[in-house]
Write a protein of this length. Structure first.
Length: 220
């Protein structure tokens, strides 16, 4: 199955398990984020991405500019290891990593969770690409992707057994929109996908198609 099909199945299962009251709170929160205009503010195709350096799962610093000297870079912003939709996406990205590499791209995933939790993510899914910790959402803010989780969602998240402040190392309740970017070697954005609905992600097949189109445009 494709990632899109897996996400739909997970969402349908969640709908069947949750109370109507909880579902209403979740849907309202997603709509609030969508209505905030944040998607329109996020970096877009043609924008130049500011350089950044973040620690990976074992604490090693990874610099975007250094990666771009070798290849284009696919960046996936995700919420954290506690998010089942994110976990499906990360596993799907791992499966297509050889194809991304063959198309001359490297892959990094970025979340606001602490390095220890990023390490848990890597180990849980046997990930071989860089998983970076953007504590405080500093890089996500440079991409204009950060929103504050609506207050009504706080007890819902807690009821799922998720201690978001513990995962992120702060009590801001800030998260990045789920987003995927392809950064050209000159530091400009060649492709972007930003969605206020965390249950939806860019299918890896679409990333591969976008990379192929960018290569064709560049005459590679």
């Amino acid at each position: 199955m494709s990632l899109t099909e897996d996400l739909n199945n997970l969402r349908n299962h969640a709908v069947s398990q949750l109370s109507p009251e909880t579902l209403a709170i979740i849907e309202k929160a997603i709509q609030q984020v969508a209505n905030s205009g944040i998607t329109e503010q996020a970096l877009k195709i043609g924008d130049h991405v500011p350089n950044f350096t973040l620690p990976n799962a074992v604490g090693k610093s990874v610099e975007l500019q250094q990666l771009l000297t070798q290849s284009s870079v696919v960046i996936s912003f995700y919420r954290g290891v506690w998010c089942p939709y994110c976990n499906l996406e990360l596993r799907a990205l791992q499966q297509v990593l050889p194809e991304l590499t063959a198309l001359g791209a490297s892959l990094v995933a970025i979340s606001p969770q602490t390095p220890d939790n990023s390490l848990s993510t890597v180990e849980k899914h046997s990930l071989t690409f860089e998983v970076l910790s953007d504590v405080g959402n500093q890089v996500a803010k440079q991409f204009s992707l950060v929103y504050t989780v609506p207050t009504a969602m706080h007890p819902v998240i807690k009821s799922f057994g998720i201690d978001l402040p513990a995962y992120n190392g702060d009590d801001s309740f800030e998260l990045p929109l789920t987003a995927t970017y392809i950064i050209n070697t000159d530091g400009t954005i060649g492709f972007s996908y930003v969605n206020p609905d965390y249950t939806q992600r860019l299918d890896p097949a679409d990333i591969i198609a976008a990379l192929s189109q960018l290569q064709a445009k560049a005459g590679v």
